[in-house]
Design a protein around this ligand. Structure first.
Ligand SMILES: C[S@@+](CC[C@H](N)C(=O)[O-])C[C@H]1O[C@@H](n2cnc3c(N)ncnc32)[C@H](O)[C@@H]1O
Length: 241
């Protein structure tokens, strides 16, 4: 019988933010496919699990997913599609051998995660496949907690966008919503700061680097931060109210 495929959110970094369900299912699955962003780099999801979930006796395979912009409704980059296909073939092979397979992913799988692209590719190849999505603590919630502020209250409207959006859409979004969460800000902080200054929102913004991790930083000095090299795990929350 074919195995079960689990996409498991492992939270934003602090192993204590792993859910009991994530730990149980990871312990149960003999095969893990772990994503990594750089060919020679490490898997963040795997490093979150190290020391908390025993890996002894597990078959752990690292899959490289290049970090390229994906726009909905547009054909994804060929290299990205090839990575999804490679992942899908390797996962399906293990499932067809009857193994349960886990795909741990940073934060929550429903938020900008490779996990869902892999699921789509798998389901095209094997429509009857059984897939379970296990939610995790998102870096959005963890960043708000680190900053000690809510994301939304009362009738507030909250939006989450990648900061890599074109300036026009970013401006419109910042003008329209009460709280804006900007993800993937690390390479575009200068652009974000310019826009926030123009919209008189700079003092409403907080930058959270590596939320829930040992070297977490909560920063209000966005102008200074924009001149520094930021970690990929950086999120800006703009809360107007
Ligand atoms: C591809 S998205 C993955 C989001 C993830 N699925 C989640 O639920 O948090 C990557 C972006 O999430 C944010 N991020 C992930 N981990 C973070 C952390 N520990 N602290 C702050 N931001 C983080 C950053 O904006 C980063 O560029």
């Amino acid at each position: 019988m074919r195995g079960q495929f689990y996409v498991i959110g492992v939270g934003p970094g602090d192993p204590e933010l792993l859910t009991l369900k994530a730990v149980r299912l990871l312990e149960k699955c003999p095969v893990w496919f772990v994503p990594k962003a750089h060919q020679n780099g490490e898997s963040t999801a795997l490093s979150i699990l190290a020391g908390t979930v025993a890996t002894h006796g597990k078959e752990i395979m690292k899959l490289h997913f290049p970090m390229k912009k994906i726009k909905m409704g547009e054909e994804p980059d060929a290299e990205v599609q090839a990575a999804w296909q490679t992942a899908s073939r390797a996962i399906l092979h293990k499932l067809d051998q009857g193994w349960d397979v886990a795909f741990p992913t940073l934060g929550d799988p429903a938020i900008y995660s490779t996990g869902f692209y892999v699921c789509d590719t798998l389901l095209k190849a094997a429509p009857q496949l059984s897939i379970s999505i296990v939610p995790g603590v998102s870096s959005i919630g963890a960043s708000a907690a680190a900053a000690g502020q809510p994301l939304c209250l009362g009738d507030n409207r909250l939006v989450v966008i990648p900061a890599t959006f074109e300036n026009g859409r970013l401006r419109e979004t910042l003008q329209s919503f009460d709280t804006v969460v900007l993800m993937k800000v690390h390479r575009v902080m200068d652009k974000v700061v310019t826009l926030l200054t123009e919209l008189d929102l700079l003092d409403k913004a907080v930058l959270v680097e590596r939320s829930s991790q040992r070297d977490q930083r909560v920063r209000r000095d966005l102008t200074v931060a924009a001149r520094e090299e930021l970690h990929y795990f950086s999120t800006v929350i703009v809360r107007k109210t």
